[in-house]
Design a protein around this ligand. Sequence first.
Ligand code: PLP
Length: 384
Amino acid sequence: MSYFDHNASTPVRPEVVEAMGSALATLHGNPSSAHRDGQRARAAIERARDQVAALVGAEPASIVFTSGGTEGDHLGLVGGARALAARGRRVAVSAVEHHAVHGAAEVLAGDGFAIEHLDVDAYGRVDPARIDRLPADTTLVSVMLANNETGVIEPVEQIAARALARGMRLHCDAVQAAGKIPIDAARLGADYLVISAHKLGGPKGVGALVLAPRAPLEPLQRGSAHEHGRRGGTENVAGIVGFGVAAESAARELESESRRLTALRERLERGLIAALPDAVIHAAAVPRLPNTVNVSIPGARSDTMLMALDAREFEVSAGAACASGAVEPSPVMRAMGVPRVLAICALRLSMGRTTRPEDVDALIVAVAESARAVRAAAAPEGVA
Ligand code: PLP
């Protein structure tokens, strides 16, 4: 199979497999135990904390290990909003956030918080000036760093500055951005920054919430002093060790991989347009992640394309969701105002460390062949 779904999850790096195997085999102790075995596990976690902090230019003490991006989003948004509730019970969430953030907002709505939805432009970007018009009792704003479907990079630095000027805090889901573009937590200005290991060559089920100094947080899991009382539960030692190694490798390769993937993205987009001149690359005009292409081929519905490509041994992702036979545009495409006929044909092609130029060339041929077959099958009788 040729894998073009790295935004869903990317293969675990060999050095991570090795480090995790060794951690599982040798680190028996509970990291909270005072004896020698416990302290060896503790030391491994603290080393990983340094490695993860370095990836985002943060202080190690600001890292709270979680079970992944979804938990990080819940801990940051729900835990942050609850801790700020004395000042106001309103949060603002961008329309293009991942389900994990919308889910966290639903938890807050259940608690009686008001939720503001921030619209986006045709590229899926939040206008920083929108922050100035939020009701004064808004305490927390959530805008992601890079979109998982389109790769579009949000103007988070400008949004953070406007939020700060109004005494609001910023939650930023950087799950897709971490390891793909440089992140300097302090410069970005996010109070609650979320990352996940399995998007950068680490294992699934581990991530981190990066807290700015003095960002208030009400823990969601209580009862013990783990993670300095910010997240109860015995740490996933091997997972955290793997996350640390992945973060270190991703940081080391970031510049060269970014350059390489940008060239592959351009090659892919050029090839797709040459083969299918009516294909539309979404948000091509604005800064995007180096590895992500979101393309609609008119008349070739994404669910049918996904199967046609799978039969040709190419794994991609559909930008549209299929619910009981009916294809619905993704909320991201809808928020961008993409016409329905195009939105239901959106395909996400995401590349990574293992993607080579010849894979891209083969994908272009496979997409073009699949689109021709899908269009021919969909065409009414007598129409070629
Ligand atoms: N946020 C974004 C933008 C994502 O793309 C994802 C995963 O697809 C998540 C959050 C959830 O992360 P995890 O799979 O680690 O729970």
